[in-house]
Each structure stands twice: as structure tokens, then as C-alpha cells.
Design a binder for this molecule. Sequence first.
Ligand SMILES: Cc1cc2nc3c(=O)[nH]c(=O)nc-3n(C[C@H](O)[C@H](O)[C@H](O)COP(=O)(O)OP(=O)(O)OC[C@H]3O[C@@H](n4cnc5c(N)ncnc54)[C@H](O)[C@@H]3O)c2cc1C
Length: 400
Amino acid sequence: MSGVVIIGAGHAGSQLAVSLRAEGYAGAVTLIDASDALPYHKPPLSKTFLKDPTALPQPLRAAAAYEAAGVLRRRGIVTAIDTAARVVTVDGEALGYDDLILATGARNRMLPELQGAENVHSLRDLADAERLRAALAGADRVTVIGGGFIGLESAAALAGMGKSVTVLEAAPRVLARVAAPETSARVQAVLAGLGVILRTGFMAQGYRRDGARVTAVTGAEGEIPCDLILVGIGAAADTALARASGIACNQGILTDGHLRTSAPHVWAIGDVAETPHWQADAALRVESVQNATDQARHLARTLSGAETDPFRSVPWFWSDIGPLKLQIAGLSVKADRRVVRDDGARLAVFHLAGNRLVSLESLNSPADHMIARQLLEAGRTPPEAVMQDSPAALKAWLQG
Ligand SMILES: Cc1cc2nc3c(=O)[nH]c(=O)nc-3n(C[C@H](O)[C@H](O)[C@H](O)COP(=O)(O)OP(=O)(O)OC[C@H]3O[C@@H](n4cnc5c(N)ncnc54)[C@H](O)[C@@H]3O)c2cc1C
């Protein structure tokens, strides 16, 4: 049968499977995943799903959409790739391919000292979220280790459920790797208003245990008792299968601009792919729904013969932290200064490299975000006075 075989039915793999057919690809399409759940949206898992004991996973698309596109969904774990023979091993069985797509995503990092403890959780997939949600019923004091997106979204959700929540962050501010100091300050203030205790600059020195449970985290200033710990310290690309198959990897699976790996007829997309980025002049791994779906759509066009250009899109991302909608357009890696507009309710942080706009972070200002995406797409930078004025002024300048 051969055709296209996709490993991983997350946001990237699922999109690719249906887009291939939409682009006119005529061969067989097989979508393999370790889970037999209908592919689902991951973002709600750290937002609404925890709060509602009756909430169900939200499918990316109905089962009928895969059937209509002639996509064969198969539950299984791929354990080996023979890139010379163009064959994968799935649950011990050989499956040939014409083109193979690695969309294996990322796995959460875990603190080795906490590995296996009964009341320690992390959040990556539906099984994690269901386990966490069940455990929350018997937990009042929750300690979140890590002040990144998933940790903070969960902290806000848990505070909203009446839990006593403490966030421990080693850096001097939350979101330090991904957001400007002004954004971190606003997020911290809003979380504090929700009753979340934030301990920044906190280095865990040890853990108190009672059998298989961790009952407190110890730092320089004493102990923080807890009933449950949620570890949110980031994720690493799931490259194990690629590495074992001799495919070149760095932090992720290395690809060229067309999403092609070092092995012939093998491609990588989504969280796992480390791809040259037009805004960074370097290869990067981008963890976002937009990146996963845009790369999938691009690869579907490439494999169907409709696309010959390298992948290029304006990256964007969102995070819902309690009442805050944080949105980021563009990459700020090359920025050297910023322009800040803060009207109390909405915040916009424009990142510039020299005189060029490269990214915008906004809080509760979707209009700014949408305009920034258009500005970045067009490669245009408004005057500073316009950035500092209002979303309406930005829009008028863009359309003027
Ligand atoms: C809790 C949470 C909240 C998030 N919130 C946001 C948000 O608000 N906004 C945003 O933009 N992004 C968010 N993200 C990130 C976003 O979900 C990811 O960027 C996106 O899921 C990446 O899609 P992917 O297809 O590359 O990988 P994944 O969705 O991780 O899918 C990879 C799949 O590959 C399968 N797999 C791996 N190895 C094998 C194998 N050997 N055999 C078979 N199957 C295999 C896995 O089982 C998995 O289903 C969030 C992520 C999480 C975990």
C-alpha cells in the first residue's frame, strides 16, 4: 500500500493527514498514534478541562472527516525505521512507505528526584489531565513547580477551583524565557489577585516524603507543604525514534527549509522539528498549535506537488492565564529594544530589532495581536508614536 505514513496524530499529524487529501494527494495515508483517542485539542487541558469534572476532550475533527479523506487511523507504537528499505516497524509489524512524516511531538521534562512519586503530576496529554483532575478531588494545597505557560495556566485554573496554590519559579520572574518584564509583572499581579502565592527566585533544595508521597518542598527559607505537585518545567522533543534510526537531530529533528530530514523521503513537522526560521537566521523548535498546523499544511502542499518554496509563516501563540489572554506574534529572539503601551486594562509590548518590528506581546488586546500579524507579514513597522497610541491608530496606519 505504501503512500504516506505519519507517526503521531497530534495537531501536526492530524492536520497533515486531512490536508494531503484536500491538496489532491492520491496515495494511501496512514496516521499512527500510540493512543487510540480521536486526535484532540491540547490547549484546553491546562485551562478549562481541569476545572470541569464532566469535561470531555475536544476532538480536532470528527472521525468522519478522516474517513471522508480516506485516512487510515491506526493505534500503535512505531519502534523502528529502516530508512534504506523505507519500512517502519509498528507493534512488531513491517509497514512500507513512500514518504514518512515524523510528528512525534514533545515529552515533558521531569525532575529526577520526583520521578514516580504518587502525588507528582505533569501535563502533556489527555491521560495526564485525567489523572491530575481525579487527584485534585483529594488535594487542597497544590504546589506548581515552574512559572511557564502550562504551570501558570494551571495555577490560575486551580485557584479558581478554590485550591491553595503556590508557584515555585527559579528565575527572578515568571515567563522569563518567553516574555518581556512588563508582561511578567502584569501576569504576576493578576495571579496574586487570584490568591496564587508566587515564589520567584526559589531554588528547591529537597523534598519531604511520606512513603510514596511528597509532602513538602524545601527551599532556603523553609518548607512549603503540599498535597499535590504539578511539575511544569518545559518539554523536550521526542527524538528517540529518529535518533535510533540514524536521522540527524539536535534539540529536535533537524530539517531543511522544506521540512525534509537528513534521511531521504523522511520529513518532520510540529513540536519535534528543528527548522530554519526566517526571523532567527537559525534553526529553531517552535512549540505552538499554529506552527504545527501551518507546517502540516505546507508539507501537504509540498508532497502533493503544489509547493516548491520553503516553509515560512508569521509565528503566533496564545495562552489563557485566568482572566488574561496573552498573545504573541512573531519571534523576539533578535530584538534589542521594546516599546510599551499600557492603558491599565490592556498591555502591548512591541519588540524591535533596530528600527524593525519583530514581535508583539499583548495582554487582553486581540486587536493589537491581529494587526501585528498583518504588520509582520507585510514587513512593516509603524512609527513609535503610532505604536504607543492605540490598536485603532495601528489599524489606521496599516490601512492608510
Ligand atoms: C497542556 C498543554 C497546553 C497547551 N496550550 C497551548 C496554547 O494555549 N497555545 C498553543 O499554541 N500551544 C499550546 N500547547 C502546545 C501545543 O499543544 C503543541 O505545540 C502541539 O500539540 C504540537 O503538536 P504536535 O502534533 O507536534 O505534537 P503532539 O500534539 O504532542 O502529538 C504528538 C503525538 O505523537 C505520538 N507519538 C510519539 N511517538 C510515537 C511513536 N513512536 N509511535 C506512535 N505515536 C507516537 C504521541 O502519542 C502524540 O499523540 C499546549 C500544550 C500542552 C501539553
